[in-house]
Design a protein. Structure first.
Length: 86
């Protein structure tokens, strides 16, 4: 995925609340993938991924549709790690 389509995807997803649009990932055409040893979905086509554990905070989650997380894992594609760009 190139930068412009990925930017548009982030914009579309970011302007839809999950509580208002629970199917937003499917409607925006988000492709998901798995990373070994993690039972989590990750967005395909990224150059890096971050896994987070949600820190419960009812007010933020209900009032602002906002979750706070603690980073528990990070992955980077090898081409980015060595500075190679397409």
């Amino acid at each position: 995925m190139t930068r412009v389509p990925q930017l548009n995807l982030v914009y579309q997803i970011g302007h839809r609340g999950l509580s208002d649009d629970p199917d937003k990932l499917q409607q925006c055409g988000v492709e998901l993938q798995r990373i070994a040893d993690r039972n989590l979905p990750f967005v395909a086509g990224c150059s890096a991924w971050l896994a987070c554990k949600t820190i419960p905070h009812g007010h933020n989650q209900k009032t602002h549709d906002l979750s706070i997380g603690e980073g528990v894992g990070a992955w980077l594609i090898p081409a980015v790690a060595v500075g190679v760009r397409n």
